[in-house]
Design a protein around this ligand. Structure first.
Ligand SMILES: O=c1ccn([C@@H]2O[C@H](COP(=O)(O)OP(=O)(O)O[C@H]3O[C@H](CO)[C@H](O)[C@H](O)[C@H]3O)[C@@H](O)[C@H]2O)c(=O)[nH]1
Length: 305
C-alpha cells in the first residue's frame, strides 16, 4: 500500500505549495500558519489529519525551548483550531517514548507514569494532555496518539529518508555518515549500562512499520469514535554495539567507533510493550534491525550528503 509513496510525495508537496501560494516549509514551523491551514482545508476535502510536523532533537530543545514550544505546542493548537473550523475531527498525533522518562521497568506499557526531563519531551506531553482533554470535551473527536520508540531506516526505494540538518544526533544517521567516510567514527555514549554488552539499548522500529502503524490507527479511527494512546515499537531491545555490528554485516561496510562517556540525560534501556497496538490496531512491526540497517544505507548511498 505504501510502495507508491515515493512517487507521490513531491506531487503532494507541489500541490500544497500551489494552494498556500508559496513554498512549503514545514520544518520552519509552517504548522502555526492558520491562514495556510485554512486554505488547505478549504481546497482539499480533508477527512483526517496525520500530524507529524514538529521539532524533534532533545539536545537542541534544551537550547531552544521557546522554538520547541512554539512549533510543537503552538503549532498543534493552530492545527486543531483549523481542523475545528473545517469540521475535521480525526487526528493521528506523533508522540514519543521520551515521555516515559528514566527508571521505568521494561518493557514499558502505556500505563507507566510519565516524567520528562527535556523541553522536547515536555512539548509532546503537553500536546498529549491537550488531546486527552479535547477528547473529553468533545467526543466527536477521534484521536490516536502514537508513542514512537526509535524510528530508523528509510523507504526501501532509497528515495525517501531522513536528511539531518548539520550533525545528526540520532544513532543510525551517524552510523551511515561514518560508513560513507563523512565522519571518522561513531562515538558510543557509554558502555557501562546494565545491558549484555554495556551499551545503551533501544527499541529501533523501521519507519515503514511506523508508517503502516499510522494507516492502522487511521483505519481504527474510521471504525471507532475513540481517543486512544498506543506505543509503536517492536518490543525488542537492540544495543548500540549490536546496531553497529549488524550494519557492518548486512552492508559489508566498516564502521569505526570509540567508546566515550555517557550522554547527559540518556536513559540506559528502553523498549516497548507493544501488545496494545496489536490488540487495538492489529499492528505489529514486521521488519527487523537487518532491514533498518540495509534501508538506511541504501538511502545514504543514494543521497551522499
Ligand atoms: O552518536 C551517538 C548517538 C546515539 N548513541 C546512542 O544510541 C542510542 C540511541 O540514541 P538516539 O539519539 O538515536 O535516540 P534516543 O533514544 O536518544 O532518542 C530518540 O528516541 C526518543 C524516544 O525514546 C525520542 O523520541 C527522541 O526524539 C529520539 O531522538 C542511545 O543509547 C545513545 O546513547 C550513541 O552511542 N552515539
Amino acid at each position: 500500500m505504501l510502495d507508491n509513496f515515493s512517487n507521490s510525495t513531491p506531487a503532494v508537496i507541489d500541490r500544497l505549495a500551489q494552494i498556500i501560494g508559496r513554498p512549503v516549509r514545514w520544518h520552519e514551523g509552517d504548522i502555526r500558519d492558520a491562514a495556510a491551514l485554512d486554505k488547505i482545508f478549504a481546497e482539499l476535502s480533508v477527512s483526517a489529519v496525520l500530524h507529524f510536523a514538529g521539532l524533534k532533537a532533545v539536545t537542541e530543545s534544551i537550547d531552544r525551548p521557546i522554538d520547541y514550544f512554539d512549533v510543537n505546542v503552538h503549532g498543534s493548537i493552530a492545527l486543531m483550531k483549523a481542523m475545528q473550523r473545517a469540521g475535521c475531527k480525526t487526528l493521528v498525533f506523533s508522540s514519543s517514548a521520551t515521555v516515559y522518562g528514566p527508571e521505568q521497568p521494561m518493557p514499558v506499557g502505556e500505563g507507566a507514569p510519565c516524567s520528562v526531563s527535556n523541553p522536547y519531551g515536555r512539548t509532546k506531553l503537553v500536546v498529549e494532555d491537550l488531546l486527552y482533554e479535547l477528547g473529553r470535551a468533545d467526543p466527536e473527536w477521534r484521536i490516536a496518539t502514537l508513542r514512537y520508540f526509535n524510528p530508523t531506516g528509510a523507504h526501501p526505494s532509497g528515495l525517501i529518508g531522513e536528511s539531518p540538518i548539520g550533525t545528526p544526533s540520532n544513532l543510525m544517521p551517524l552510523v551511515c555518515q561514518v560508513a560513507a567516510g563523512l565522519r571518522p567514527c561513531v562515538q558510543i555514549f557509554g558502555d557501562d549500562y546494565p545491558s549484555p554488552d554495556g551499551t545503551g539499548v533501544r527499541d529501533f522500529v523501521h519507519v515503514m512499520d511506523l508508517a503502516e502503524g499510522h494507516v492502522a490507527a487511521l483505519d481504527y479511527l474510521t471504525r471507532n469514535q475513540a481517543n486512544i494512546l498506543v506505543n509503536l515499537g517492536t518490543g525488542q531491545g537492540t544495543s548500540v554495539l549490536e546496531v553497529i555490528r549488524t550494519f557492518e554485516r548486512v552492508n559489508g561496510q566498516r564502521v569505526p567507533f570509540e567508546v566515550v562517556a555517557r550522554r547527559a540525560a540518556d536513559i540506559g534501556i528502553s523498549y516497548a510493550d507493544a501488545s496494545l497496538a496489536w490488540e487495538l490496531l492489529g499492528w505489529a512491526a514486521k521488519r527487523g534491525i537487518d532491514d533498518m540497517c540495509r534501508d538506511a544505507w541504501r538511502w545514504q548511498c543514494a543521497n551522499r550528503a
